[in-house]
Design a protein around this ligand. Sequence first.
Ligand SMILES: Nc1nc2c(c(=O)[nH]1)N[C@H]1C(S)=C(S)[C@@H](COP(=O)(O)OP(=O)(O)OC[C@H]3O[C@@H](n4cnc5c(=O)[nH]c(N)nc54)[C@H](O)[C@@H]3O)O[C@H]1N2
Ligand SMILES: Nc1nc2c(c(=O)[nH]1)N[C@H]1C(S)=C(S)[C@@H](COP(=O)(O)OP(=O)(O)OC[C@H]3O[C@@H](n4cnc5c(=O)[nH]c(N)nc54)[C@H](O)[C@@H]3O)O[C@H]1N2
Ligand code: SF4
Ligand SMILES: [Mo]
Length: 742
Amino acid sequence: MSKPTSPTKPSKTSRRTFLKISGASIIGGAAAYWFSGGSNGGESFAANLKEIKADRIVPTFCEICFWKCGVLAHVKDGKVFKLEGNPKHPLSNGKLCPRGTGGTGALYDPDRLKTPLIRSRVDGKEVWKAVSWDEALTYTAKRLNEVKAKHGAEAIALYSHGHGGAFFKTIMKGLGSGVMAAPSFDQCRGARTVGFKLTYGRAVGSLEQLDTPNSKCIAFIGSHLGENMHNTAVQDLSQAIDRGASLITVDPRFSVVASKSKYWLPIKPGTDIALLLAWSHILIEEGLYAKDFIEKNAHGFDELKQYLADKTPEWAYVETGLDPSLIRKSIRELAKNAPAAYVHPGRHVAWYGDDTQRSRAIAIVNALLGNWAKKGGFYLGNKLSLKAAKIPAFPPKAKFKSPSHFPLANKPCAYDVCDASLSTKERAATIKAWIVYGCNIPLTLPDTRKVIAAMKELEFVVAVDTMPAEVTSYADVVLPENTYLERYGELHAPLYRQPYVAIRQPAVKSMYQSKPGWWIAKSLADKLGLGHYFPYKDIESYLKSRMDNSGLSFDQLKKDGVILGDNLPIYDNAAQMQFNTPTGKIELLSTTLAAQKGLSAFPQYTRPEQVPDGFFRLLFGRSPVHTFSRTTNNPELLKVMPENEVWLNTDMARILGFKNGQYVMLENQDEVSTGPVRVFVTERIRQDCVYMVHGFGREDKRLRASYGKGASDARMVTRIKRDPIMGATGMNVNYVTLRKVG
Ligand SMILES: Nc1nc2c(c(=O)[nH]1)N[C@H]1C(S)=C(S)[C@@H](COP(=O)(O)OP(=O)(O)OC[C@H]3O[C@@H](n4cnc5c(=O)[nH]c(N)nc54)[C@H](O)[C@@H]3O)O[C@H]1N2
Ligand SMILES: Nc1nc2c(c(=O)[nH]1)N[C@H]1C(S)=C(S)[C@@H](COP(=O)(O)OP(=O)(O)OC[C@H]3O[C@@H](n4cnc5c(=O)[nH]c(N)nc54)[C@H](O)[C@@H]3O)O[C@H]1N2
Ligand code: SF4
Ligand SMILES: [Mo]
């Protein structure tokens, strides 16, 4: 294939206005960026807001994604009419992202779950029966206790994602089951955690410890910040750009951040390790690496140098399709600005099955740049240590017996839990019941077909959700949680640049029969005979006691939504230069991996499988106005982006006869299909791949606003490549064709 067109250099003005996040006007602003790329048209709901005076303004934090920005909910006549960023909260600084602003759509979505439901049989037909909470919880407890009695506690698995999961983990610990899985591990950032732990002895946290506002040069490897809309990360990047930082974007697609970059490297998908090794090679060969820093802090430099000797840019060119001069220029740009320069570690890294080693390769380039605990590089952050509540000791946890073995998977892989729930010719299922909290498993795990088969085989499934999401369709019991705007939740005190504690508290009363997660978990625990693990009357008294015991004011927290801790040093701190690795150094050479049979001490590059003729590699990512399937029925956000599209290179569209806006079906290598979905014809993607936003192609008819809109990338992910180190499910290994419809 020929090389994609090179990016035009962004104008000064377009750089300056890069994704500025403002208060209520945000939808128009961000949408303009997104839609200038040619996606669906949209209108600003925020622009319609009249000057209404609130009866009260309630500080809380957002749950439209997992970043947890501080929100001010403006309430009038018992209704939330506006959400704004809390100026006191360090994650929002008075601003929300477009999705956060549209959080009222989650609250007032007419399709919400309204009552507890039990799957029942009437005249031989399966129906949902609306039941009381008492009936639903009594039944759930009975079924879970039956499974435990028959198969042991380890036959019960929990899937959770989101802040409320903690309450359900308490139930699991009380039951004595250690089978607690989350898609944020093997479908998301687990490989990054393990890769950085192997190299630096610590993970890059959920709030990535990147000193972006002070950075002079940043390289993004497929991290599409700006479409990936983590509020503070985007605000920080906007500041860096204002200060003249140069950006480098490595992406097969001309992403929003690529359009703001000095260099775009339109890499052949799946070849990033080759580029990263060549970058490291150049740093060493040209003597551009941080010599003193490496000498003092790193282990295995000489071996690395030797390993990289033949990993030249010319070698990488053959693999990546990237011009050697572009490879040289881009790494010299990073080196010139180091240590105030970094390669972004990414977040969703479950791509090609080489994910831990790719994360290690990123960690190694950063080590060579000497940016650890440096201004403009990685900072290490601090957190407030809040006192935990006193509860009785838990029984010993029965461990998950995974059907697969990954030496450094430090928690159960979500995929393996599903695998263990499904009998095969060789083995019987060992997992018999699921508790699912806030995860839409059929769209989240690879191979929807397998998830559905597992859910059908399970003896019991209870789903706690706000929406009639696909996962609820296969459950026995559905428990309607209220939205974050109707409930209290656990305190939030993360590791960050500035330590703080934030509160989630209700802005309005619970709607319908929905209940807060803490209440559901506590009431279920009572029925299971585990009530002693929730030794409080209500959550307010629990939160107050935690704050009191930590010497912090609960009243002030309720009033401001957040309390800041002391600003401690975050750079050049001796304590931060201690590395919790076997050698006590930054392990360029991983002694842990070297000791494992079949694993390699350095990141090894393997050429990805060739895309079969007539197919495109399927890539996927985020839209600034949606979060996975969480928001694709949100009436406010649907106004801005009602369906997803499939990006197809202009030349390929011409050759194959596809027109912009035309609807097609997607079919993959396993003859699974999804759609119809609109084609977006663009020069902004390589010829060998197509791209779509995850979360659309909804399949439950109860989701009236989104049912059948767009296509499901999840349906196309029928193949995976596992990371041999920690089990990440590489999902970018599927191929699709486009079939004309109508
Ligand atoms: N094909 C494909 N698969 C992917 C990805 C991809 O891009 N493509 N991305 C991967 C990544 S990075 C991640 S992190 C995971 C995300 O995986 P999930 O967290 O499972 O993502 P969602 O689809 O948002 O599912 C969230 C569910 O929670 C429900 N929900 C929303 N708010 C609440 C609430 O307040 N309480 C409760 N109880 N439920 C709530 C929603 O209705 C929805 O059913 O998916 C991974 N899987
Ligand atoms: N608006 C919004 N923001 C979000 C989320 C959301 O749902 N909505 N979800 C949040 C979550 S949980 C996560 S994990 C992050 C995910 O966001 P990111 O960490 O940014 O990661 P991905 O979604 O994997 O990245 C997709 C990008 O990688 C490119 N890509 C695909 N294959 C390759 C390749 O082989 N090499 C390179 N170099 N690039 C490639 C794609 O073209 C695309 O631009 O976003 C977070 N932010
Ligand atoms: S980044 Fe956006 S959606 Fe996520 S918590 Fe913040 S405001 Fe909410
Ligand atoms: Mo994620």
